[in-house]
Design a protein around this ligand. Structure first.
Ligand SMILES: CC(C)(COP(=O)(O)OP(=O)(O)OC[C@H]1O[C@@H](n2cnc3c(N)ncnc32)[C@H](O)[C@@H]1OP(=O)(O)O)[C@@H](O)C(=O)NCCC(=O)NCCS
Length: 172
């Protein structure tokens, strides 16, 4: 169990790792998977290959523990087509080659802006790209909108609670 995050200064006590999957250690990848699992939005068996196939991974590490994650994913063609179709999106999926996903913060650290601090660092590397994201979480939607994403189409999924979010990068 991690110690309480209260009193931690992001700049002083944590560091960011933003790198390609092959440069992330197995330990950090396992911790990332554990966190994604804990977040409950993506199944571990799906996240495992997704991480290995990603373009870029972002981690916030407190001491030796990953406490926040994000990922620039290379979505499978059929998966992307399906999402845009289900959301009845009026934009072509072909315009959005990458997906922002696997965004999680350890429950002990939630609400302390760790997600936003990590995305700020991550966006220095990815803000030129057009991308999509999906979410059912109002907090996630709120954060994505702060970074320039907008919702397109209709809610979809079994519970009609998923939303497609798009971001228009400078160079596609
Ligand atoms: C969603 C999640 C990543 C947010 O991480 P976090 O580190 O707690 O987020 P931050 O503290 O940086 O920011 C939270 C923001 O959401 C806002 N927020 C919280 N609850 C909200 C709600 N119900 N509706 C709208 N906004 C909400 C907060 O006010 C804050 O925004 P602000 O800084 O403008 O005030 C985290 O809760 C999580 O890991 N959840 C489980 C996994 C998950 O659902 N991931 C998203 C997959 S799409």
């Amino acid at each position: 169990m991690l110690s309480t995050p209260k009193g931690i200064t992001v700049e002083r006590d944590t560091h960011f790792i933003i790198d390609t999957p092959e440069n992330i250690t197995a330990t950090y990848k396992r911790q990332m998977l554990d966190l994604i699992d804990l977040g409950g939005q993506v199944k571990r068996v799906r996240a495992e290959p997704g991480i290995e196939n990603a373009q870029l991974i972002g981690l916030t590490v407190y001491q030796t523990q990953v406490i926040a994650t994000c990922c620039l994913k290379n979505p499978l063609h059929d998966y992307k087509q399906q999402i845009f179709k289900k959301a009845q999106a009026s934009r072509s999926p072909d315009l959005y080659n990458v997906e922002l996903g696997y965004i999680t913060t350890h429950p002990d650290f939630e609400g302390e802006k760790y997600c936003q601090h990590l995305l700020k660092e991550f966006f220095f590397k990815i803000s030129h790209l057009s991308m999509f994201a999906t979410t059912r979480k109002p907090a996630m939607k709120h954060i994505l909108e702060k970074y320039g994403f907008y919702q397109l189409g209709v809610r979809y999924g079994d519970q009609l609670d998923l939303e497609l979010m798009l971001y228009e990068g400078a160079f596609g």
